[in-house]
Design a protein around this ligand. Structure first.
Ligand code: TXA
Ligand code: MG
Length: 317
């Protein structure tokens, strides 16, 4: 069965909203990556999301809302949460906060935790869908669990044949990396996943933030191996190995690679982030021995790119 793909005009968005309200799953673009959406208040729809992605049930989902007023009904907002949302919503930032007891959101979404991850996406198609559906939408990235996230509708169709009623085609997603995940549910803020809202920008607003992997509570979904293509991935490559393909960054590229795709010739981190997942997919072909990646600077958006690359290169289970 191939999923139905429709250009995301108003008729398709209305159809998608009706499908969501009926408990079906719809893939839709956000400014970060494509999401596989289901009605967050419907247990069966949420269970279907886990099944479609083959996602482990201990890995909780992000709930998408229109704005802070919607979020208020689902989570307990503290001062740092209000400040951060006022500054970065709508946008690529997810906040982890205590659930409102009467939130009405399926408990499956939180995978047994007493917190909820919530974000207001900026993409106009995601906003239009939330408005029409008129309910919170639980949506993980629209890829098979453990694989590279989908930044184009074709990636969704490749990865998820079963269980997706409709793919809303809004073209490639502008940012290309998943949202920053910030845990504000405890005493001090903790970065669970780096993303387009940078650690630098969050620190400027909130003061010290615990980095990922510190002693504070960790995101259950942050498995070492994730975002993985089929081929092995080798990081910080400075010279070629036999029959390797290269993801290049910057103009100065070592010779001898079987194929080269440029994340960014000019060394632009935003451009590299937008290209990362689509290029990993394009190079993931059995004719190559592996995918090598040139060094990426570890600041700003580079932190998020390197986080995804380290997981792509981690030993597979
Ligand atoms: O950009 C994004 O965030 C995309 C788009 C579709 O919005 N979504 C996305 O979802 O990347 P997903 O499921 O692929 O990643 C969600 C991350 C996982 O690492 C998960 O463990 C973490 O958020 N998470 C969700 N709920 C959590 C919670 N209550 N506490 C801690 N981490 C949580
Ligand atoms: Mg994901």
């Amino acid at each position: 069965m191939t999923a139905d793909v429709a250009r995301a005009g108003s008729a398709a968005i209305a159809r998608a909203a009706a499908l969501l309200r009926a408990g079906r799953l719809v893939a839709f673009p956000t400014e970060t990556v494509y999401g596989l959406g289901g009605d967050a208040t419907n247990d069966r729809a949420v269970a279907a999301i886990f099944a479609a992605k083959a996602r482990p049930h201990f890995n909780p989902l992000i709930v998408h809302v229109r704005d802070l007023a919607d979020a208020e009904r689902l989570v307990v907002l503290n001062t740092p949460a209000r400040m951060t949302a006022a500054r970065f919503w709508p946008g690529p930032l997810t906040l982890v906060l205590p659930r409102q007891p009467a939130a009405g959101v399926s408990l499956l979404v939180s995978a047994g935790l007493d917190t909820l991850a919530i974000r207001a996406p900026a993409h106009p198609i995601a906003q239009a869908l939330l408005r029409k559906a008129d309910r919170p939408i639980a949506a993980p990235s629209a890829n098979r669990s453990g694989r590279v996230s989908a930044t184009e509708p074709a990636h969704v169709a490749e990865d998820l044949e079963e269980g997706v009623a409709l793919i809303l085609d809004g073209g490639p997603t502008p940012l290309g990396l998943e949202s920053t995940v910030l845990d504000l549910s405890g005493g001090s803020p903790a970065l669970l996943r780096p993303g387009a809202v940078t650690l630098e920008a969050l620190t400027e607003l909130l003061g010290r933030i615990a980095p990922p992997g510190s002693a504070l509570p960790r995101s259950p979904g942050m498995l070492a191996s994730h975002y993985a293509p089929r081929l092995p991935v080798r990081l910080s490559a400075t010279e070629a190995r036999p029959n390797e393909a290269l993801l290049a960054f910057g103009a100065d590229v070592p010779s001898g690679f079987a194929e080269i795709l440029w994340l960014s010739r000019s060394g632009d981190l935003g451009e590299a982030a937008a290209n990362l997942f689509a290029m990993l997919r394009r190079l993931d072909r059995p004719c190559f021995a592996g995918i090598a990646v040139m060094p990426i600077p570890e600041h700003g958006l580079g932190r998020a790119i390197n986080d995804r690359l380290r997981r792509a290169a981690a030993p597979r289970e």
